[in-house]
Design a binder for this molecule. Structure first.
Ligand code: FMN
Length: 220
């Protein structure tokens, strides 16, 4: 059984639902971000509420060594994408926010219009209307002006648009480190400190710049 009484994250005040995090995995490439987010949320002692779209399950099949069932098993609560009566479909079910990782064009477009066709986009709409943080790890490239317009609309509505772009100043040695860095930054936005990340000016050499061969400095 799920223990919903786990401690609150210290950076949040003790209001109801702050220890719950809604996680969405849509059908964009990069399902590893959502999978690692589930690991991180567990490590932080938070309670995860997961919804995966059908295309999300398909991309898990293409990209992950785990099956959709194995990914779902990492969450405390899992809902079917068609279950629009699930707790996370209502604003009265309090949460600390939602992260969609990765977030496809289709999902972000639905959220931008409010015309939501499944639980993932409905839960995101609810997160926005309740003025809770909604972090979108949007995944498409390149972007046309229609994409950019809907993303602007989302930003105006309060969503946090966070394309999963690596920071190379952390000198990542593996894809796993790149993924963890982005997941940690998403959790930062929600106020959770996941220790996997290297912070500029803290864990990373403060202001160190490497000398290039010809006396030039490498860009950060
Ligand atoms: C392997 C694979 C990778 C995909 N990558 C992306 C992507 O990066 N971005 C995107 O917007 N759609 C991508 N798609 C297409 C979406 O899955 C498709 O538009 C789907 O309708 C999204 O539905 P959803 O938002 O409900 O998950 C991909 C599909 C597959 C099979």
């Amino acid at each position: 059984m799920v223990d919903d009484s786990r401690p609150f994250a210290p950076s949040f005040d003790a209001t109801g639902g702050r220890n719950r995090l809604v996680i969405g995995i849509s059908g964009a490439t990069g399902v590893a971000y959502g999978v690692r987010l589930l690991d991180a949320v567990r490590e932080l002692g938070l309670v995860s509420h997961l919804v995966i779209t059908k295309p999300g399950e398909m991309t898990i099949g293409y990209e992950s060594p785990l099956s959709p069932k194995e990914v779902a098993a990492k969450a405390d609560h899992v809902y079917a994408a068609h279950d629009i009566a699930a707790p996370i479909a209502s604003g009265s079910f309090r949460t600390g926010g939602m992260v969609i990782a990765p977030c496809s064009v289709r999902s972000w477009s639905e959220i931008a219009t409010g015309v939501t066709s499944n639980l993932l986009t409905r839960a995101a709409d609810v997160t926005l209307k309740e003025r809770r943080p909604l972090v979108l790890l949007i995944r498409e490239s390149p972007l046309h002006v229609g994409h950019l317009r809907s993303l602007t609309q989302l930003a105006e509505m309060g969503a946090i648009i966070m394309p999963p772009l690596p920071a190379f100043y952390t000198e990542p040695r593996s894809v796993a480190e790149i993924i963890d860095q982005t997941v940690a930054r998403a959790l930062d936005i929600l106020g959770y400190d996941w220790p996997q990340q290297k912070r500029w000016g803290e864990d990373l050499a403060k202001g160190r710049r490497r000398r290039g061969r010809k006396g030039t400095t490498d860009a950060q």
